[in-house]
Design a protein around this ligand. Structure first.
Ligand SMILES: Nc1ncnc2c1ncn2[C@@H]1O[C@H](COP(=O)(O)OP(=O)(O)OP(=O)(O)O)[C@@H](O)[C@H]1O
Ligand SMILES: [Mg+2]
Length: 261
């Protein structure tokens, strides 16, 4: 298998006619972990939703390629099949669908007809991954995210990632709401997936997560685009000094996507 390759080229995204993502470029290859940090309201979650094909987000220009294929032409399910996975900042609750059923259909939707995962294999894998994440067995039969605590929802997003084994995972604030032990379990889960056939984009506000998952590249997002990139040390500096020095260095007054023309 060739190494997966995600390429985002000069992406522009609008919501209700307002431009939020303004010329975003990034390339991620299999084996790489990238982190995006950035102040609130700078377009991080919008970027994630647009890549996955959320219908409210209108891509006005730019391209997103997975292994050379333009995914912006694809429906959401086709993007998933192409290997993309998003762990959402605010996972939705879906009543009436059990976690196990949801996971099994998510896995099978990404496979060819006739190549569905066997029930035995599925159950074995789910038991194994839930044990790794120290999730109680009862979560498999509960409705998807319904009544889950904040931290339980985040753990469940990582369970999905571990079960689906995507080529590329975008993890939007997967650390928010996790207690220290859960943070380690979730990080172990991500680290276990590290390898040439997996690339990851981690959106986070805190260096703490990056102590457990060492990123190859760290990017700062402001005004709907990457304004600065570096290695893991960049996250340490942001943790220690905040964002003012970046804004000063680049002459940015308002980092949000709101006011500027
Ligand atoms: N559906 C929407 N309708 C109107 N405005 C929106 C919508 N979605 C996003 N925005 C606006 O776009 C901007 C960027 O939002 P986004 O959620 O991408 O920020 P973020 O960088 O993820 O912030 P945070 O760190 O707080 O999660 C915000 O000002 C937000 O209010
Ligand atoms: Mg966000």
């Amino acid at each position: 298998m060739t190494t997966p390759h995600l390429k985002i080229e000069d992406l522009h995204v609008s919501i209700d006619g307002k431009e939020i993502i303004k010329g975003f470029n990034l390339e991620i290859k299999g084996g790489e972990i990238h982190a995006i940090m950035g102040p609130n309201g700078t377009g991080k979650s919008t970027l994630a939703s647009a890549i996955m094909g959320h219908p409210r987000y209108e891509v006005t220009s730019g391209k997103v390629f997975v292994d050379g294929e333009d995914i912006l032409e694809m429906e959401v399910d086709e993007r998933a099949k192409a290997g993309l996975f998003l762990a959402m900042q605010y996972p939705s609750e879906v009543s009436g669908v059990t976690n196990a059923d949801f996971l099994r259909s998510s896995i099978n939707a990404r496979r060819e007809e006739g190549d569905e995962i066997s029930l035995m294999k599925f159950i074995r894998k789910m038991d194994e991954k839930m044990a790794e994440l120290e999730m109680d067995e009862s979560f498999s039969q509960r409705y998807l995210n319904e009544g889950f605590s904040g931290g339980e929802k985040k753990r469940n997003e990582i369970l999905q990632m571990m079960m689906i084994e995507p080529k590329f995972a975008i993890l939007d604030e997967i650390d928010s709401g996790l207690d220290i032990d859960a943070l380690k379990l979730v990080s172990n889960g991500v680290n276990a997936m590290r390898g040439n056939d997996f690339g990851c984009l981690i959106i986070t506000h805190y260096q703490r997560l990056l102590n457990y998952i060492t990123p190859d590249h760290v990017h700062v997002m402001m005004q709907g685009r990457i304004v600065k990139s570096g290695g893991a040390e960049l996250a340490h500096r942001l943790e220690a000094e905040g964002y003012d020095w970046v804004k000063e260095e680049l002459g940015i007054e308002d980092e949000t996507v709101g006011q500027e023309a």
